[in-house]
Ligand binder design. Structure first.
Ligand SMILES: [Zn+2]
Length: 61
């Protein structure tokens, strides 16, 4: 089982998308991630079970 899953984030600031690694081991969680393009902070809300991302949402914190 791979606890680290790749996901594509659509930046809510600049609209660019980039891939990121999401740790699914803690289950549902939120974290702040900086956009790799414009460096703005993105609030990433992840709904997951260990090993699988069910859904995630990106918004301005
Ligand atoms: Zn951006």
């Amino acid at each position: 089982m791979h606890l680290i899953q790749e996901a594509f984030i659509d930046c809510p600031w600049c609209g660019e998308s980039f891939s990121t690694q999401i740790d699914t081991s803690p289950g549902d969680h939120e974290h702040i991630e900086d956009c790799t393009v414009c460096c703005s902070p993105i609030l990433v809300s992840v709904e997951c079970t260990p090993g699988e991302i069910l859904s995630f949402d990106c918004s301005r914190p």
